[in-house]
Design a protein around this ligand. Structure first.
Ligand code: F6P
Length: 522
């Protein structure tokens, strides 16, 4: 398909002109003062998520130009190509079909869902695997002898399931503990092994490729520990979640749940990689998680661009990165259970869009992925919010709030909600009546995402929303959001350094690396 890079469109130049004319000096406070309907124009409902975009540095003419930019780059055709099963991951020659993992088995006609005939065979396989995995999850939930589930995986094989299990803690079945081991640093695995017993532990070795060195090292050590402790029944105590079932078998694991090369690692929580979550919240809960995401897929596929939330968020990201020049976005979930959400988003966005060349390999003359970072509120307020309010850089903030809590402790939730609203308000309004150290410039942009409740459905929708907004900005930038060549060099060099650490050979190394090696071996 033909994609047009954002800087090759007429809208790009028009946006530059608009930025110089009104964008750079735009003041959200003045915009509210002159437009009583601003909140309505810049807020919207999407499935399971309400979004207030009105505190952002944008007016309607600018949003109209950004929508032109989206149309001129061909983002709709690109989106449709993904949903058509085209191999849009061109550098790896792969389809991009994580969305199919949450597609109902037989899509009801009344959902007016575009045909999925091209991928109907894949959908049959998806549901056969899903049913088997969920049956296993139910079996493990019912098995009182299994008290601990240890997920061994890294990157997408860790961050997605971990983020979701922690987020949905209120829905987790009592009597089971969940542990996540990702780091090759043996301290992490050793600390978990101190807490568990072989007869009551299920190890899940999660690796799309089944070659990732950290995961293979941890899995080997877990298996050796299991044998040393007298464990014998590997088939009962180890399962592999992978596209490389042959390698899992060769490793000695016979209980396997597969998926496909068209699921990117950071998009894999919906696949067998989601097994820890399925054990935690049950088959019905996992299906709700998929259904919430599917609702967001349907919105992304069919809502007009001007009312399409992933599109509006992705366009804002481009506006901030390429015109305002903001280098980062802070995410502030006001729910303690969303504590791994910022880490999850870091991989999703920075591994997808941290690219310096376009799909054709041409160097880009503009910036791409922002740095994504954050912590749950209110904790962040007592750490880095000082910088957000009074620092020299403007950092757009994306708040997430949840209307109804799952606890009944008096006063807490009102206080939490008061804080998230007040932070957004303070960033925008500032405080001009005090000088010097007590002055807040204000006009600092934020987006406010609101869920009615944090549950499997809304979490699924929120994560799919984030996947699609990353798709939109990546699409406009003309990059391939679905490869990750940037992680390869370090992997190759680590193998070489590992050998040198053992044999002391520093020949041909740069001075710093040689110096560090000598120090580590001394
Ligand atoms: O090194 C990056 C990466 O390939 C991620 O994209 C992926 O999520 C992670 O490693 C783990 O890979 P695997 O699931 O194949 O072990």
């Amino acid at each position: 398909m033909n994609r047009t890079r954002c800087d090759h469109t007429p809208a790009w130049g028009q946006l530059q002109t608009a930025f110089e004319a009104t964008g750079r000096a735009f003041d959200a406070r003045a915009a509210f003062a002159t437009d009583s309907k601003r909140f309505d124009a810049f807020s919207q409902s999407a499935p399971h998520v309400f979004a207030d975009l009105s505190k952002n540095l944008i007016d309607q003419p600018t949003e109209a130009l950004l929508l032109d930019l989206a149309r001129q780059t061909g983002v709709e055709a690109h989106r449709d190509a993904m949903f058509n099963g085209d191999a849009i991951n061109v550098t790896e020659g792969r389809q991009v079909m994580h969305w199919l993992l949450r597609n109902p088995a037989i899509a009801p006609v009344e959902q007016a869902q575009p045909a999925i005939t091209n991928v109907s065979n894949d959908l049959v396989q998806v549901h056969a695997t899903l049913d088997a995995m969920l049956a296993f999850a139910e079996q493990m939930r019912a098995d009182e002898a299994i008290t601990d589930v240890v997920n061994i995986g890294i990157g997408g094989s860790d961050l997605g399931p971990q983020m979701a299990v922690v987020a949905l803690d209120e829905f987790v079945t009592p009597g089971k503990r969940f542990h996540f081991v990702s780091n090759v640093d043996g301290h992490e695995l050793a600390a978990v092994l101190r807490k568990v017993k072989p007869e009551s532990t299920l190890f899940l070795v999660a690796s799309k490729t089944f070659t990732t060195i950290e995961t293979m090292t941890n899995a080997q050590s877990a298996k050796a520990w299991f044998s040393r402790q007298g464990g014998t029944d590997i088939a009962r105590h180890f399962a592999a979640l992978t596209t490389n079932v042959a390698a899992a078998n060769a490793f000695g694991i016979t209980t396997t749940f597969g998926f496909w090369d068209w699921v990117g690692g950071r998009y894999s929580v919906w696949s067998a990689i989601g097994l820890p979550l399925a054990i935690a919240i049950g088959a019905a809960g996992f299906r709700e998680f998929l259904a919430g995401a599917h609702d967001m897929d349907a919105h992304f596929r069919s809502a007009p661009l001007a009312q399409n939330l992933p599109v509006r968020l992705g366009l804002l990201d481009v506006w901030y990165r390429n015109f305002h020049g903001f280098t980062s976005r802070s995410v502030a979930p006001y729910h303690s259970a969303l504590k791994r959400y910022p880490a999850y988003l870091q991989q999703l966005e920075m591994e997808s869009n941290g690219k310096r060349v376009d799909v054709l390999g041409q160097a880009l003359p503009f910036a791409t992925s922002p740095v994504v970072w954050g912590e749950p509120g209110t904790n962040g307020q007592h750490a880095y919010f000082q910088m957000l309010h009074q620092g020299t850089d403007v950092v757009p903030v994306e708040f997430v709030a949840v209307k109804h809590p799952k606890h009944s402790l008096d006063g807490h939730h009102t206080l939490l909600l008061a804080n998230v609203v007040a932070q957004a308000q303070a960033l925008m309004l500032g405080k001009a009546d005090a000088g010097g150290h007590k002055h807040f410039t204000g006009n600092r942009p934020s987006t406010f995402l609101l869920l009615d409740e944090l549950n499997p459905t809304s979490l699924g929708a929120l994560i799919a929303l984030q996947e699609h907004r990353v798709f939109v900005s990546g699409s406009l930038w003309g990059i391939n959001s679905f490869d990750q060549w940037g992680v390869e060099l370090g992997k190759v060099l680590a193998k070489d350094v590992e050998k040198r650490l053992v044999n002391g050979d520093a020949a041909g190394l740069d001075g710093s690396t040689a110096g560090l090696l000598a120090r580590l071996r001394g």
